[in-house]
Write a protein that binds this ligand. Structure first.
Ligand SMILES: Nc1ncnc2c1ncn2[C@@H]1O[C@H](COP(=O)(O)OP(=O)(O)OP(=O)(O)O)[C@@H](O)[C@H]1O
Length: 581
């Protein structure tokens, strides 16, 4: 079974900043300036206490010059702080928003190119939540809290350094009361914060995933009367999400105990300061500096404590997003691709094995040749492995054993763009984006213009059919192509695939869900394909298969037969020891 990285609810919280570093790097200049201005702002704030202390000592000593200087400096500092605070905030928000934007774009890019098996093994709502919800939460944190967090941390550190310069003794007394108890409370908070906030985010993602499935499966749920059971499941998950949110709030509330500790520390400071002034160990100004600076100390600690919850939420969101980015990081494809790889060539499947689960094999050692320009039908009962084979032939899955090659090169060694240029799949359910028919047809490499689209439509003999669509190429397809029938979507899927001019075209059940007239139209269009285009058609419809000169039959994931339809010779060959019959 091909290894799939599985995303966990509880994200990897280790070294989050180090893991985020590659996304911070492009913005480091702007972030450094923002940080510098923020630090200057905090330094200006911390400098207020010593100036008030200087004013107090000057007043006590009757030094009018000293008092005037202190007041003048205080006014200058207040003005500087006003400017620095505003500029710092703007720069930090701008820098942070840029980082969030980089993360968002990377998430979208990674998801667009993620291996199919990864997308299949995760619920789309869960992926959506990580790529949008977590990013939105990060953006909100940057806008609302990041600046306060940085300013508070800097103010805390600067204040401690400044107070140590005034009186080690008083600082030690103050810290002895304040620090151990506060650290205990903070540790108590942190011990359960990862699980509480991760659990909350995970439970919310589950609700989001179920909700998005409700929308996509609404018809099936309504018509099969399964809505009641589904609603019960939704309620269960919702109850779990509410419980997880309550637990997160309870954990967050622990941090409020810090305010009590602050009050105690201030009382002890005043008592100790009074005694030291009595013994002339420190000046009155020093005690004033401590009292004023204590406010900074406690305020910044309180701010940090209050923001710890927000930081933890943002950290968890960032970690979940980084997990997604790591799991979907584009594989290091062999960069330039094999030199001189021809545009057309034979497709070969050599002893290919594949499993979805560790406990069972879906395909067993399939070997097949699809020479350039050959036409092959693939048949077999439901669950025999036809769709799985089609995804392997297109390089959407990587085989667990054996290899699929194009013109002698393993598909695994082909860069994504080279592979998609040569092999195209029209899946059972053709996906459309909102917009017009022309918008959807242009969604291939090279974005073909209308003239090329028109030529391809004519080549496939679909002009009359297209003109019957109200609006033709300008017809709105609606959300997920909902304005079109399944057959119309299949025909557009074929036109889109042919526009890519692939060497190999694989159709998975293209005629399964459509009426005989539309199916015949599609089959006729297939007859008009370029002669050198290799065609592999998975089908149940006898009329579709009858048009194929060669038919491959799968049974229980094994190759049961590979023979010319009706005994006629064909371009396909059976290789290896497994000729079946
Ligand atoms: N995404 C998946 N995860 C796990 N198992 C899967 C997945 N897709 C298919 N299978 C299993 O693999 C086996 C082969 O499925 P596959 O879709 O290839 O069969 P098929 O021949 O195309 O069937 P059908 O004619 O119904 O489309 C089945 O037993 C199926 O349950």
């Amino acid at each position: 079974m091909a290894e799939q990285p599985l995303l966990q609810d509880e994200a990897d919280q280790r070294a989050v900043l180090r893991r985020a570093a590659p996304y911070l790097r492009p913005h480091r200049g702007r972030l450094a300036v923002a940080l510098g201005v923020g630090l200057a702002d905090s330094a200006a704030l911390v400098a207020v206490a010593p100036l008030i202390g200087l004013a107090a000592d000057s007043l006590a000593d009757g030094d009018r010059g000293g008092l005037g200087l202190a007041v003048a400096l205080l006014v200058a500092l207040a003005a500087a702080q006003l400017v620095l605070a505003r500029v710092g905030e703007l720069l930090l928000i701008k820098g942070g928003e840029q980082v969030v934007r980089t993360l968002r774009e990377q998430a979208v890019e990674n998801l667009a190119t993620a291996p199919l098996r990864f997308l299949e093994t995760h619920r789309s709502g869960e992926l959506l939540r990580r790529a949008t919800g977590e990013v939105a939460a990060l953006a909100a944190f940057v806008r609302l809290h990041l600046r306060n967090m940085v300013a508070s941390a800097a103010t805390l550190v600067f204040t401690l350094v400044m107070l140590a310069g005034y009186s080690w003794l008083l600082l030690l007394v103050q810290l002895a009361v304040f620090l151990p108890l506060t650290l205990l409370v903070t540790r108590w908070f942190q011990r359960d914060a990862g699980a509480a906030f991760g659990g909350k985010a995970g439970a919310e993602a589950t609700v989001a995933a179920t909700f998005s499935e409700t929308l996509t499966a609404r018809e099936a749920l309504q018509t099969s009367r399964g809505l009641a059971g589904w609603t019960r499941r939704f309620e269960r998950e919702n109850t779990h999400a509410v419980g997880a949110a309550r637990r997160a709030v309870r954990v967050e509330n622990r941090i409020d105990l810090v305010s009590l500790i602050e009050g105690a520390a201030l009382v002890v400071l005043l008592l100790a300061g009074g005694r030291l002034v009595d013994h002339d160990s420190v000046s009155l100004g020093t005690v004033v500096v401590f009292v004023v600076a204590s406010r900074n100390l406690f305020d910044s600690f309180a701010e940090i404590s209050q923001l710890v919850g927000e930081v933890q939420t943002a950290r968890t969101g960032l970690a979940r997003l980084l997990d997604l980015l790591a799991a979907t990081r584009p594989q290091d494809a062999p960069a330039p691709g094999p030199a001189g790889l021809p545009v057309r060539g034979d497709l070969r499947c050599v002893d290919v094995a594949y499993s979805y689960r560790a406990d069972g094999r879906t395909l067993h050692g399939i070997s097949l040749d699809f020479p350039e320009g050959s036409r092959t039908g693939v048949v077999g009962e439901t669950g025999s492995g036809k769709t799985t084979l089609s995804k392997l032939l297109c390089g959407l899955y990587r085989p667990d054993g054996g290899a699929v090659t194009f013109a002698g090169t393993d598909l695994a060694d082909l860069p994504e763009a080279e592979l998609r240029r040569r092999i195209v799949l029209v899946p059972q359910e053709v996906r459309m984006v909102s917009g017009t028919v022309a918008d959807n047809l242009a969604l291939v490499q090279g974005a073909p213009d209308r003239a090329r689209i028109d030529r391809t439509v004519d080549q496939l003999g679909l002009r009359g059919w297209l003109e019957d669509l109200p609006g033709g190429l300008d017809a709105e397809v609606g959300q997920r192509g909902g304005n079109l029938s399944a057959g119309e979507r299949q025909i557009l899927g074929l036109v889109r695939a042919v526009l890519a001019d692939p060497a190999v075209l694989v159709l998975d059940e293209a005629t399964a869900d459509i009426d005989p007239v539309t199916a015949a139209r599609l089959e006729h269009a297939l007859d008009e394909l370029r002669a050198d285009c290799t065609l592999v058609v998975i089908a149940h419809r006898p009329a579709t298969i009858a048009r194929m000169p060669r038919v491959v039959r799968l049974d229980g994931g094994r190759l049961l037969a590979d023979e010319p339809a009706g005994g006629r010779p064909n371009g396909g060959t059976l290789t290896g020891p497994q000729r079946a019959g």
